[in-house]
Design a protein around this ligand. Structure first.
Ligand code: G4P
Ligand code: NA
Ligand code: NA
Length: 194
């Protein structure tokens, strides 16, 4: 997605060979115009998948998840990372370990909001090692529902998440795929735009 790649090139800050900072449009401040286009692009890529629900994770997945859900005309639910006062009964949960942050979170979704006949599009802002994505898929499976695919805003293709999800047979659509952050520069994976 060219608009997104241009935004990454102009505003992204390479913090290390592993980490890209994009807090001016995705992770802190949010660009609503870009987010609308991201939603449209996800909807286009998953239009034939009969999606009935979008599932994402707080906090940075919510903006792209909401925009995808709006375009697909389905509800969006976000997994919580912290215990909620009111979210106590009938939880679907998964344990997610972040290698980047070296912390483990229990993520949860109320079983009320994913039904066994749902076809779920999982949306997230970043795909690194894939632990969050796998945790979300586990929650969908616990509900007896179907993962229709993963929509990722920025995939770091030099980390293992994308490959491991695709090897499991999932459809993974990433709007920008970064092949390297070496030498302080963002390099994108060359691919044919469809
Ligand atoms: P994984 O789920 O793919 O295994 O990823 P990982 O544990 O490495 O990611 C932990 C957190 O760091 C996630 O955000 C993820 O989105 C974010 N992250 C990973 N790599 C990058 C990167 O290169 N740049 C930025 N900006 N973020 C990255 P989170 O803790 O869930 O935070 P948030 O959703 O509240 O923003
Ligand atoms: Na994030
Ligand atoms: Na995220």
């Amino acid at each position: 997605m060219d608009l997104l790649k241009q935004k990454i090139q102009s505003e992204g800050k390479v913090l290390s060979n592993q980490v890209l900072k994009v807090d001016s449009f995705l992770n802190h401040q949010i660009d609503p115009v870009l987010m609308v286009e991201i939603g449209k692009e996800f909807a286009r890529r998953f239009q034939s998948e009969r999606i009935t629900k979008v599932l994402t994770i707080e906090s940075s997945g919510i903006a792209p998840g909401l925009m995808a859900a709006l375009e697909l005309q389905v509800p969006v639910v976000f997994a919580r990372k912290r215990k909620s006062l009111t979210l106590v009964n009938d939880l679907l949960t998964a344990t997610v370990h972040s290698f980047t942050k070296n912390e483990t979170n229990e993520i949860s979704v109320s079983s009320k909001f994913i039904a066994s006949d749902d076809r779920v599009l999982v949306i997230d802002d970043f795909l690194a090692n894939g632990q969050a994505a796998l945790g979300l898929a586990e929650i969908v499976n616990q509900a007896g529902a179907e993962v229709a695919g993963f929509g990722i805003v920025i995939e770091k293709s030099f980390q293992e998440g994308g490959q491991s999800l695709r090897e499991k047979g999932y459809k993974v659509e990433s709007l920008a795929r970064i092949s390297s952050l070496e030498n302080g520069e963002v390099a994108f994976l060359e691919e044919l735009e469809v």
